[in-house]
Design a protein. Structure first.
Length: 277
């Protein structure tokens, strides 16, 4: 039985990926457009048994993506005979890992790989000789974008803008300026209460127990929302983190690449006089 016939007896994986690095306003890179291109290509070449694997919002430098790993599991289970992507960068931008899948993993499992716009087809070896160089260029592009994103975040942070995700408990984003944090009238009193109890000599465990007894939620809760027991699961580790969080004295850590050990005594409890809440 020919390899081509074996490929068509299994399903074809149509893999789509997009990340913030690719630009959210780039219509040609959108998931819907990728799906349309892959479907048209598959049906045009007689591959009617296909399945989509989609990772929306995942960087190409990280291969631990949910759908990608699901596709790999299906390949190892013998369900997939062909993988198609829009281009090489959709598979991944880390040239070492991308190359290991294209040159080692796929051939080992008799899987055909096609990157449409790059003209790559492992079955015919078309364009395969320059594939490693294209992967290197994709890796360089990803690193360049990451540097630009980091530089942008650093610039915004120097301007006093908040560049993080979820603001710390007690603070909220200003509706008129998303980069500016303001006091959250619902949760700010909770933070002050924690510091008051700490200054009165209460330990983290005792503070956590008191907050649970008082039915104080660990996060901001919408009005008229019924909370389950997990909303009150304060613990000593959570209290310790709040008391040692430099954010509450106005120190915003941006793009930190390492942190002190859990048992480090580098951070002291922040004096109440410095708390901005």
């Amino acid at each position: 039985m020919s390899r081509k016939k074996q490929v068509y007896e299994k399903i074809t994986a149509l893999y789509c990926r997009i990340s913030l690095d690719d630009g959210g306003d780039n219509e040609s890179m959108s998931i819907s457009n990728q799906k349309l291109m892959l479907r048209d290509f598959a049906e045009k070449h007689g591959m009617f048994q296909y399945e989509y694997y989609v990772d929306d919002g995942y960087t190409g430098r990280n291969f631990n993506r949910p759908s990608f790993q699901g596709m790999i599991a299906d390949i190892e289970a013998g369900k997939i005979g062909c993988v198609i992507t829009k281009d090489l960068s959709r598979l991944g931008r880390n040239y070492i890992e991308a190359g290991s899948y294209i040159e080692i993993f796929f051939p080992k499992h008799n899987v055909r790989y096609i990157a449409i716009t790059d003209g790559v087809d492992s079955l015919t070896r078309q364009e395969m000789d320059i594939t490693p160089f294209k992967n290197i260029l994709n890796d360089m592009y990803s690193r360049d974008i990451s540097k630009k994103v980091l530089a942008g975040r650093m610039t915004r942070s120097r301007q006093g803008k908040f560049c993080g995700g979820q603001p710390p408990l007690g603070l909220m984003r200003d509706p008129e300026d998303k980069g500016h944090l303001i006091l959250d009238p619902e949760t700010a009193p909770v933070i002050r209460k924690i510091y008051d109890m700490a200054l009165d000599g209460w330990g983290c465990m005792r503070i956590a127990k008191q907050l649970m007894d008082d039915k104080i939620p660990i996060t901001r809760v919408k009005s008229n929302t019924e909370c389950d027991v997990n909303y009150y699961s304060w613990g000593s580790a959570r209290i310790s983190h709040i008391l040692r969080n430099p954010f509450y004295k106005g120190a915003h850590l941006v793009c930190r690449t390492h942190q002190k050990g859990i048992r480090s005594n580098t951070y002291d409890i922040i004096p109440l006089s410095l708390i901005h809440i």
